[in-house]
Design a protein around this ligand. Structure first.
Ligand code: FES
Ligand SMILES: [Fe+2]
Length: 418
């Protein structure tokens, strides 16, 4: 770790994190630096994340009468939607002799195991065991997890005791349609979450899409990360007298206003700024899903036109390699850059997959040389370490209050607009 140069006051906030700090009991970030990535059962970060509602699927990806296996924070489950339309999450394995429940039959709001027909309610109670005496469930259960749906996503709660308040954040206000994306990124979740605390990556990572350019020195001078009751509010000047605001919510959600993606309906069609929640959910230690749910602000009269463009984009997405495939090829073989794939409908996700995937699927944080653009990342690590310390000491981590919506005025503008 190199010490930071010069006498810039910001650098005092950014104490470098030398490798030996990981062994220092006085440095909370150092203590958890190697722990942040791991969310499986029994890990302290996994314990923290399980205290919150976690998205497990887009609502449209689980039709009524269907079941599918899901992996969340290194544990496997069965997600199914019953005839009533309600979605349920139960364990991966049947408690009888362990067959995967997701290959069974959804019957009404229950799921019947493919192997010997044991049947389970969405709350886990076994209601039928064909061939057994009395054929009743006999008090047998499979694990079951509370579920809810909100803004096009199915959420589940995997923690102990009563689930926290739902929804975890407020609905968007105003007319329009909700658009939802779920992108698998082939990197550890914490890199995705750190990326949200690092607005400076946009100028270079998202250069090909012309997303927005930041004057680093001006932005650093104006960057403010304030911890409030509901999360951390980041504000920074982005030129032309405009301030950009993001709200960072623990454990891994950011509320922000983002420009229309590369492929989303075309730059000249539809609104250019969308109120958005971006949520990172670990799949396993080496991958996570970035769930994005956003409001496309539309007047009723614009709706049909927009939906035509949207259908075109969905067709283009279906015909395109996934962001993970494109990024994986570029990372492994080179010869192409983001400029060569700038017509891909999910260019933004390719760009982020390259930047984060380039760190390795689990970044080596001991090899870093942090600088002034990393103030947000440093703050996140400190915040996480504080919450993990509370859990490790048997105390309750901070109870966050509901967040407000970011006013739409003052959002990003296209670099080319200015
Ligand atoms: S393994 Fe499920 S009913 Fe036998
Ligand atoms: Fe990004």
């Amino acid at each position: 770790m190199q010490p930071l140069q010069g006498d810039d006051p910001v650098s005092t906030v950014l104490e470098p994190t030398p490798a030996h700090a990981a062994r220092s009991s006085r440095d909370p970030v150092g203590r958890y630096l190697d722990e942040f990535p791991f969310t499986g059962p029994g890990r302290v970060v996994g314990d923290y994340l399980r205290r919150f509602w976690q998205p497990v699927s887009r609502s449209v990806d689980i039709p009524a009468g269907k079941a599918k296996p899901i992996t969340v924070m290194n544990a496997r489950y069965t997600l199914y939607r019953g005839a009533s339309g309600e979605a349920f999450v139960v364990d991966h394995h049947c408690p009888h002799r362990g067959t995967q429940l997701s290959v069974g039959y959804v019957e009404g709001d229950e799921i019947r195991c493919l192997y010997h027909g044991w049947k389970f309610r969405g709350d886990g109670l076994c209601t039928e065991r064909p061939g057994e005496k009395g054929k009743s469930g006999g008090g047998m259960r499979t694990g079951a997890y509370p579920t809810r749906e909100f803004l096009g996503l199915v959420y589940a709660y995997f923690g102990e005791g009563e689930a926290p308040a739902f929804p975890p954040y407020p609905a968007f206000e105003g007319e329009g349609i909700i658009e939802v994306y779920a992108t698998l990124l082939p990197v550890n979740w914490f890199q995705g979450w750190e990326n949200d605390w690092d607005p400076f990556h946009a100028s270079f990572t998202h250069r090909a899409g012309g997303l927005h350019e930041i004057d680093y020195d001006a932005a650093i001078a104006s960057e403010k990360n304030e911890e409030l009751d509901y999360g951390v509010r980041r504000t920074m000047d982005i030129g032309d007298g405009e301030t950009n605001t993001a709200i960072l919510l623990m454990p891994a959600t950011v509320q922000l206003l983002i420009p229309t993606f590369n492929g989303q309906a075309g730059r000249d069609n539809g609104p250019q700024v969308r109120p958005t929640y971006l949520i990172h959910v670990p799949v396993d230690d080496h991958s996570h899903i970035a769930y994005l749910t956003q409001l496309v602000p539309l007047e009723a009269s614009e709706r049909d036109d927009y939906l035509r463009h949207y259908a075109e984009m969905l067709a283009l997405m279906a015909a395109s390699p996934t962001p993970a495939e494109v990024a994986g090829d570029i990372l492994a073989n080179g010869l192409r850059t983001t400029a060569d794939v700038k017509d891909h409908p999910m260019l933004v996700e390719i760009e982020d997959s390259l930047a984060q995937g380039g760190q390795g699927t689990i970044a080596d944080r001991h090899a870093e040389h942090l600088g002034r653009t990393d103030a947000g990342v440093v703050m996140l690590r400190r915040l996480m370490a504080r919450e993990l310390d509370a859990i490790a000491d048997g105390r309750e981590p901070k109870a966050w209050t509901p967040c407000p919506l970011i006013p739409i005025a003052g959002a990003y503008r296209w670099a080319s607009d200015s």
